[in-house]
Design a protein. Structure first.
Length: 441
């Protein structure tokens, strides 16, 4: 059992790992819709508050709702474009109405989605986890260079700062054991930020301007409105997230040595459905399992749920205290990028580890892995190749590398390994390892 101090420290580390990804969505959407500074402040606070509640709901793991895995929930990037499009052509109330209905859909559709897991053997799940990690690497590298669009992008200072952060994380992992090693990413982020401060790269202006207390309220942007086209769009967005989340569940199961069964996935997706609906009610965003934190779990060796529950509680508090929430925004992109390289690389390594259990002497399996990673990574790196398609929702679908790679893996497995799928019947794609809730020391 972890002490309260360790739960807080480990939870805070998890928050820092996903914080940039969590706040960038409200920042992008708020700026695109020309929201006032006060509205922007509410949007960020509501996002953090709801993200914390959603994480606690997922981690708790009840009889029918919640996977019970150490999974962080955050707003999905897939929803950014659709929310801006819906709100621009109508209003935010219509976007939130669509989010609420799509969340209900995810909750109801979860059991049916669980029955499809027979089509996710190790060759598919391992490939999907690998694609998730590979698709995140460009995000890490862009942050290491200073953040896309930043005037200092690619400057030697940013690159050196990212390298120092990464080297410090590696140093702590190599020279220390136990609790200190588990905090390697947090130590790297704090030390990197201190160096950046000495270089004049850290500004506390956002902290000074932020208010002390903010109360999240339902329907802040007005009573939800419902539009069929908007609802169908958000349902599609969240179906994409269901595929991504399933891959994250298997990645977390591998990292934490837990058996992932059909009921685990169904309960996890039900929790996400409730979280999405909650996001619509509090005028936040659709939520999905955050793959960013899988690498941190692997890197720290933390396999229990206490740290993630602590992170959920911290997010709830940050959502009510904007000034404290703003304090975490002072971490430079380059510092975050240095830490992300290690974390996202661990996701790739987890996928490769899963694929090591696949019979790679079979040419069919090699083709499934090769083509799926090729298609998925290609879609993620060159999404503009689909911009000429006349159907908007098809563009959105094909520009998501995780989805295209996953669909390719599933279809090729059915075509090339049809007899195996037929013979296995209802066999579940589980990670066959011994369950454990201990902390590596």
């Amino acid at each position: 059992m972890l002490s309260k101090q360790r739960i807080f420290a480990l939870g805070f580390q998890q928050v820092l790992a996903m914080y940039a990804g969590a706040v960038v969505v409200p920042l992008i959407i708020g700026q695109a819709l020309n929201l006032t500074p006060h509205q922007m402040a509410y949007l960020i606070a509501a996002d953090l508050f709801t993200c914390g509640l959603a994480t606690l709901l997922q981690v708790y793991g009840g009889k029918y709702i919640g996977a019970g895995l150490p999974v962080m929930l955050g707003c999905t990037f897939t929803a950014v474009g659709p929310i801006i499009a819906i709100a621009s052509t109508s209003n935010l109330a219509t976007a939130y109405g669509a989010i609420i209905i799509s969340g209900i859909f995810v909750f109801l559709f979860a059991p049916l989605f669980g029955k499809l897991l027979r089509f996710f053997p190790k060759v598919v799940t391992g490939t999907v986890v690998t694609i998730i990690g590979l698709s995140l690497i460009p995000v890490a590298m862009k942050n290491a260079a200073g953040g896309e669009g930043d005037p200092t992008f690619g400057s030697p200072t940013n690159l050196i700062l990212a390298l120092l952060t990464l080297l410090l994380i590696l140093f702590v992992n190599r020279m220390f054991t136990g609790f200190i090693r588990s905090l390697s990413v947090l130590i790297g982020l704090i030390a990197g930020t201190m160096v950046a401060y000495l270089l004049g790269m850290v500004s506390f202006g956002s902290v000074t301007e932020a208010s002390w207390v903010s109360v999240v309220q339902p329907f802040y942007f007005g009573t939800p409105e419902f539009n069929i086209s908007a609802i169908l769009t958000m349902i599609l967005v969240n179906m994409i997230s269901m595929v991504e989340s399933t891959g994250v569940y298997f990645a977390v199961g591998k990292v934490t040595d837990q058996k992932i069964e059909k009921k685990t996935v169904v309960k996890g997706l039900r929790a996400e459905g409730l979280a999405i609906t909650m996001g619509g009610v509090f005028n936040a965003f659709p939520y999905t399992a955050f793959s960013q934190n899988v690498g941190l779990l692997s890197l720290t060796g933390i396999k229990g749920r206490e740290a993630i529950m602590g992170a959920g509680a911290i997010l709830v508090v940050l959502g009510m205290l904007p000034k404290l929430a703003a304090l975490t925004t002072v971490i430079p992109n380059a510092v975050l990028g240095g830490a992300m390289i290690a974390m996202f690389g661990m996701v790739v390594a987890s996928g490769v580890n899963m694929l090591s259990a696949v019979d790679l002497k079979k040419n069919e399996n090699m083709l499934i892995i090769a083509c799926s990673i090729g298609v998925g990574l290609g879609s993620a790196v060159v999404p503009q190749m689909f911009e000429q398609l006349p159907i908007i929702w098809l563009q959105m679908l094909l520009q998501n590398g995780i989805v295209t790679g996953s669909i390719t893996a599933i279809v090729l497995n059915l075509l090339l390994n049809f007899q195996s799928v037929k013979d296995e019947g209802n066999q579940q794609p589980v990670i066959k390892t011994q369950p454990s809730n201990t902390v590596s020391v």
